[in-house]
Unconditional design. Structure first.
Length: 248
């Protein structure tokens, strides 16, 4: 009994050590089997997220390079508003059917394509150099914050406290944005507004990345990718607006 237990414990430690070397512990206290399953889930989510980013890039490029598409959307505010608000409508069936294949992928594709059209119109009416600068800055911020969150999780840090603060800040940001439609702000206020928005969405990248590591269930891969996609997209648009205000 005692000898068998000692061998089993030794083998378990060796297996855990192998997992540490191959993939790395995501956070302290996670078991070897759970660690492997979670890494598989993370790879799946980032694969879906990469597909969304590629689709957004392609649709935006078509909108920018093929002027008739941009002209139709700019010349018909009703059509542009339809594609602007349709993603909010699609969030409901996307959440309801997130675990039902292939409906989840169909709604995800529609959701991403609609947002990509509005992003394409924004980029088409912005100087190309500013778009490139915003893209580079967004990529740098997303990569550094993602790497930091994975490192911090391994060290046992917890960012769950950010949830209520970020949600409250986002609500205030949206309300102020609606106010700005009727009472336009000056350049200085716009710069401050953009900077606060960038901080909020950067915080959401950290918060949702930690949720991906620790809290999302394995069936929530669609919803996890949607959260991260919206974080990245909003950060890009916020930085784009800040740079545009700077040059304006």
């Amino acid at each position: 009994m005692y000898g068998f237990t000692g061998v089993s414990s030794s083998n378990s430690k060796e297996d855990d050590h192998l997992v540490d070397l191959e993939e790395g512990r995501l956070y302290p206290g996670i078991g070897a089997g759970e660690n492997q399953l979670r890494w598989g889930f993370i790879r799946k989510v980032y694969g879906i997220l990469a597909t969304q980013v590629v689709l957004t890039t392609v649709v935006s490029a078509v909108t920018v390079l093929y002027s008739p598409v941009n002209e139709v959307l700019r010349g018909n505010p009703g059509v542009l508003l339809f594609f602007l608000f349709l993603p909010f409508v699609l969030l409901w069936p996307l959440y309801i059917y997130q675990q039902r294949h292939p409906l989840n992928l169909v709604f995800l594709g529609l959701f991403t394509a609609c947002l990509s059209l509005t992003v394409g119109v924004t980029c088409a009416n912005t100087d190309g150099q500013i778009v490139l600068e915003a893209l580079v800055l967004t990529s740098a911020v997303v990569f550094s914050l993602t790497a930091y969150t994975f490192w911090a999780s391994r060290k046992g840090k917890d960012f769950s406290f950010l949830g209520p603060m970020l949600f409250s800040s986002l609500v205030i940001l949206v309300v102020v944005g609606f106010m700005q439609m009727f009472f336009p702000f000056g350049p200085a206020i716009n710069a401050i507004y953009g900077g606060i928005g960038a901080i909020i969405f950067s915080g959401y990248i950290v918060y949702d990345t930690e949720n991906l590591i620790k809290r999302f269930t394995y069936d929530e891969y669609i919803w996890a990718s949607v959260n991260l996609y919206l974080d990245i997209l909003n950060l890009f648009l916020t930085i784009l607006r800040m740079l545009n205000q700077r040059d304006g």
